[in-house]
Design a protein around this ligand. Structure first.
Ligand code: SPD
Length: 313
């Protein structure tokens, strides 16, 4: 694999492998100054540098294998379900019969795995900028990357911003933006022009769900996203959140919006997932999502509700 470094040839550990606590990975970033969650490392399985970022996979003592991009945890085998299931089923269970779905980012394939549980879906496009993420995920996280095996999936390697600009108006029922944090290759995915392209790509009453950071750490980012989305999306605009122990502050949120059209009530899911046996054999059972978790995800602590509601129109 291009850019791959075998574990035998690794002599110098990257900075995120702590010299303060030897044998531990610490997640250090200006996006969460003054804190760093750490995991004990059993073995480094992969280290590479793509055109866009540093890619690491390690075996942890307590969370299974871990995928790290530019020093930031993207998923662990143990808790990835909480993120991938919620970012996918919050939008798709809120509209009847989604047929055409676009995933921006999501190169590990976990969101694809979840989208493919929906039998109404006919076409799933994914645009991921970094082929190394796809290759590494297929090699080290087969239970996540299983989403790529669905025949409805078409993978586009390229820039999500450019991809969306070229999409004919009104193409998709749902767009899911599974991005990394807004420093590095994902920065533009948090900006107003990108949301305008998303709105254009959706049919009337279509839904978007984007990764929208942590209420404990990033209220300033969330405020900006909410303000932009309220200007652009003329249907519902709601913030939801979930618990992911290995993400900074242990939680992460989602911005859910709809274009003007048939009304969508995100807080009350109307489209249950088809749970037939064939889905469970290939993808495993749902581990986190259920309709109670769906509705509960929109209940916000008072401090966050106050800020988010202050951005109301
Ligand atoms: N702070 C890390 C946020 C990562 C969100 N994306 C994860 C990708 C999993 N499919």
């Amino acid at each position: 694999m291009e850019g791959m470094t075998s574990e035998a040839s690794v002599t110098k550990l990257p900075e995120c492998f702590s010299s303060v606590i030897p044998g531990w990975f610490s997640e250090i970033s200006p996006m969460w100054p003054g804190e760093a969650h750490s995991l004990k490392v059993e073995k480094i399985l992969f280290q590479g540098k793509s055109e866009y970022q540093n890619v690491i996979v390690f075996q942890s003592s307590t969370y299974g294998k871990v995928l790290v991009l530019d020093g930031v945890i993207q998923l662990t085998e143990r808790d990835e379900c909480a993120y991938q299931e919620m970012i996918t089923h919050l939008p798709l269970c809120s509209i009847p019969n989604p047929k055409k779905v676009l995933v921006i980012g999501g190169g590990d394939g976990g969101v694809l795995r979840e989208v493919s549980r929906h039998s109404s879906v006919e076409r799933i496009d994914i645009c991921e900028i970094d082929k190394m993420v796809v290759d590494v995920s297929k090699q080290f996280f087969p239970r996540v990357a299983v989403g790529f095996n669905d025949p409805r999936v078409t993978l586009h390697i390229g820039d999500g911003v450019a991809f969306l600009k070229a999409v004919p108006e009104g193409t998709y029922d749902a767009v899911i933006v599974d991005s990394s944090d807004p420093i590095g290759p994902a920065q533009e995915l948090f900006e107003k022009p990108f949301f305008q392209s998303v709105a254009k790509a959706l049919r009337p009453g279509g839904v978007v769900c984007t990764q929208a950071e942590s209420i404990w750490l990033h209220m300033h980012i969330i405020e900006d996203i909410v303000a932009n989305c309220r200007q652009i999306f003329k249907g519902a605009v709601n913030y939801a959140w979930t618990s992911v122990p290995t993400y900074p502050s242990g939680v992460i949120g989602f911005m859910l919006c709809t274009t003007e059209g048939p009304p969508v009530d995100f807080k009350h899911p109307i489209n249950p997932i088809d749970l037939d046996d064939s889905h469970i054999k290939t993808k495993g059972p749902l581990k986190f999502y259920n309709s109670e978790m769906h509705s509960a995800a929109f209940s916000l602590p008072s401090f966050a509700r106050k800020v988010i509601e202050s951005k109301s129109d």
